[in-house]
Structures are given as structure tokens and as C-alpha cells.
Design a binder for this molecule. Structure first.
Ligand SMILES: C[S@@+](CC[C@H](N)C(=O)[O-])C[C@H]1O[C@@H](n2cnc3c(N)ncnc32)[C@H](O)[C@@H]1O
Length: 383
């Protein structure tokens, strides 16, 4: 074990052991093989001990990773500019999936003119994050608390704007490996030393997609296919009656995702701002994530007949939504607020940080298809 890594607290260790035991029993019940997608689902969302279920702080400097809304309120204010353009064409509802600390909701609601947003629905799997969101919004946007409603199941229909920042990357994915012209579905087995990789031959839809997506290479090639995210975005698109959908996340188009040189995939763990390759370490105490294949997100959504709006990178989207003007409006460039905001913008926009790796993709139904955020660089030909 890397001795540099911060160690788990006693409580974390106990929770980690309890989850390991549950997973171990599951593997035994299943005859020795648990598909990786099911392992990742338990590691992140197992009701008591999954990463997103526990009380440990996850997002921000005291957590395991930081997201764009945490860096600066200019992220939410820029999104509010986009929202303001299209929300009035709908019933005025915002639906945020996986709302993290609640900061994006606060920043958007505080930036929007009164009455543009009628209701702000949050759909969040993590009970711990739901509590944190309620507390944060009550503290930082008490005048809007009456607009917030947590939903515990997916609405049958949506009329408004659906937003998800870094939600799709947190959905459990399948891992496949191509070796000697055979496609394997990767999974987990029990060993004396803990969990380890296992495999079975891929079948069905997974095999079909792997044969279609993976590159022709003689080397062993391991990657992810996210069937869950595909089904999820399709359902959301099907249920949209009027309005728009905006997904923001890190990832690539299919060509880049399944590039022959990306032979180890993109799965990674985050623990206290360090990246960890071994997904079996700190189970339930470490975030697990894989990059998003935006070609899949586009294909699955558009199977429903929804309008495609655009695909661009985060830098271009935020600039088109006015983030640099918002920064300039802070005024005095030697003030602490300006310097802090400028540094955050640099992180959000710099191609070597979040500017290029993060992408924005949007769809709409029964509203204008001309969106502010996609008026700059168009990357849709890459999908
Ligand atoms: C990486 S965090 C991002 C949080 C937040 N959006 C931010 O940017 O700070 C991923 C979030 O997605 C949520 N999530 C994952 N799958 C979800 C689903 N199917 N429905 C709702 N939330 C989901 C997780 O519970 C978690 O809150």
C-alpha cells in the first residue's frame, strides 16, 4: 500500500469492512463472480455503506474531489444566463440531478431574476447529500427555499430545464477487455487478499456494443461501456415534454474514448484529492468514476426523437454564457474576490485543466433550438 495515502479513520475502516463483507457474500451467492458494474453500484450506492450514502464529506477541499460549482459562483451565474434564455418558454421548472452540496442550485437561483424559476426540483440518490443540500440552501438562499423540492422518484414528465453536472460519470459502468479477439466482461472475485479482477465471456448487448466500439488492436484493450448512463439519458429524453436537457461532465466522443492508445480505460478512484488506480481499495470510502462517452449520450437521447442542440467544451460554453463578463463585473482587479474568481475561471477554462476535458451537451423539445452556450465552438461533428 502507498504509505503516502491518508489512512481511513476507525469509523471509515469499520464501514469499509462491513461493505466488503456484504460484497464478499454477494460474490459467494453468485458463484464467485460479481460483474464490475454491480460492484461499482454497491461501492457507490449501497444504502448504508456506499460512498454516496455515508456521512463523510465528499465534495470540496475537505472531501475527495472538487467540482466546478465549488470553485466559483461564476459557474452557476453563467449557467443562469443560459437558463434565463430558455426557461421562460417552459413551465419554469428546473430539475437538477445529483446536486452535490447544493451550491449550484443556490448560485443559479440567486442569479436568476425573480419569477423566472417557479420550482427547483432536486433528484439525488444520496441521502447524506440531500441533507447537506437542504442545510446549505436554507443558509445561503433562504428566500428561495420554498422553490426547492427533493424528488424521491423520477417524474413521469418534465416541463422545464434538466441539469446534471458530473452526474453521468458517477453512474456504474461495465468494464470490458478485449484479448486475443475475445471480449470479456470484467468482474470481481474473492481472494485471500481481498477482491481481485475476474472475467467471463461478454454476451448480449454488452458484447454487441463492445464488438462495435472497441478498436482493432492486437494488444490487450480494457475500457468501459456505460449501459446504465445510456438507458438513463434515454429515459430522461423520453420524459421531457417541453424544455431542455444539459449534461456537463468530463469525457470524450467515441473516437477519442476508444482510441487504440487508451488501452487501460478511464476508471479511476478519488480519495482525499488523490487518484487511485485500484478500484478495490477503500471500497465505499473512495469515489469511483469513469469518463463519459458523449457519442453514446447523444445517440441514446436522440433515439427518442428529441432535438439535438449542441456539443462543445466547457471553456467555450462558459465563455459564450458570459463568464468573462461576469468576472469583469467584479471590478477592482486587485481585490481578493477578483483574484480568487480569476484563479477559479482559469481552472474552469484552461484547456490543460477543465476547459477541454469537460464537455457540455444539450437537447430540447418544443422550444427554441438557438442556445447561448453553443454559439461558440461547435464540436458536434466529432460525436
Ligand atoms: C460527482 S457528484 C457531483 C455532484 C454535483 N453535481 C457537483 O457538481 O458538485 C455525482 C452526483 O451524482 C449523483 N447521482 C448519480 N446517479 C444519479 C441518479 N441516477 N440520479 C440522481 N443523482 C445521481 C450522486 O448521488 C452524486 O450526488
Amino acid at each position: 500500500m502507498d504509505t503516502q495515502l491518508p489512512q481511513l479513520t476507525e469509523q471509515q475502516l469499520a464501514d469499509n469492512e462491513a461493505l466488503n463483507l456484504q460484497i464478499k457474500q454477494k460474490i459467494n451467492e453468485l458463484g464467485g463472480f460479481l460483474a464490475f458494474v454491480d460492484y461499482m453500484n454497491l461501492a457507490l450506492y449501497s444504502p448504508k455503506y456506499g460512498y454516496y450514502s455515508g456521512r463523510v464529506e465528499k465534495i470540496g477541499i475537505h472531501g475527495d474531489f472538487t467540482t466546478s460549482p465549488q470553485l466559483t459562483d461564476l459557474f452557476g451565474k453563467s449557467l443562469a444566463n443560459q437558463v434565463q434564455q430558455i426557461l421562460p418558454q417552459t413551465a419554469g421548472n428546473l430539475y437538477e440531478f445529483g446536486a452535490g452540496t447544493g451550491k449550484l442550485a443556490v448560485d443559479i437561483l440567486n442569479a436568476l431574476p425573480e419569477n423566472v424559476c417557479k420550482k427547483y426540483y432536486i433528484i439525488e440518490l444520496s441521502a447524506d447529500l440531500q441533507e447537506r443540500q437542504k442545510e446549505y440552501i436554507a443558509k445561503h438562499s433562504p428566500q428561495h427555499i420554498h422553490k426547492i423540492e427533493h424528488l424521491y422518484s423520477l417524474p413521469e414528465t418534465f416541463d422545464g430545464i434538466i441539469l446534471g453536472n458530473e452526474v453521468l460519470d458517477a453512474m456504474p459502468c461495465e468494464i470490458v477487455e478485449k484479448r486475443d479477439d475475445v471480449i470479456y466482461r470484467m468482474g470481481v472475485k474473492n481472494t485471500q487478499q481481498g477482491f481481485d479482477w475476474a472475467e467471463e465471456k461478454a454476451t448480449g448487448l454488452l458484447l454487441e456494443q463492445a464488438l462495435h466500439k472497441l478498436p482493432n488492436t492486437n494488444e490487450t484493450y480494457r475500457t468501459e461501456i456505460n449501459l446504465y448512463a445510456q438507458a438513463f439519458v434515454k429515459t430522461i429524453a423520453e420524459r421531457l415534454r417541453r424544455g431542455g436537457i444539459l449534461w456537463i461532465d468530463y469525457g470524450f466522443d467515441a473516437n477519442e474514448y476508444y482510441h487504440p492508445q487508451r488501452s487501460m480505460g478511464t476508471l479511476i478512484g478519488h480519495y482525499q484529492h488523490r487518484t487511485i488506480d485500484n478500484p478495490f481499495m477503500f471500497t465505499g470510502q473512495m469515489d469511483l468514476t469513469a469518463h463519459v462517452n458523449f457519442s453514446d449520450i447523444a445517440d441514446s437521447s436522440m433515439q427518442t426523437g428529441i432535438d439535438f442542440i449542441g456539443y462543445t467544451n466547457q471553456a467555450n460554453f462558459l465563455i459564450a454564457c458570459g463568464i468573462t463578463d461576469l468576472l469583469a463585473q467584479i471590478g477592482d482587479s486587485s481585490s481578493h474576490e477578483y483574484i480568487k474568481s480569476a484563479a477559479a475561471c482559469q481552472k474552469l477554462l484552461n484547456p490543460h485543466e477543465m476547459g477541454e476535458l469537460f464537455k457540455c451537451i444539450a437537447f430540447s423539445k418544443n422550444i427554441d433550438t438557438d442556445w447561448l452556450g453553443f454559439s461558440g465552438l461547435d464540436l458536434s461533428h466529432k460525436l
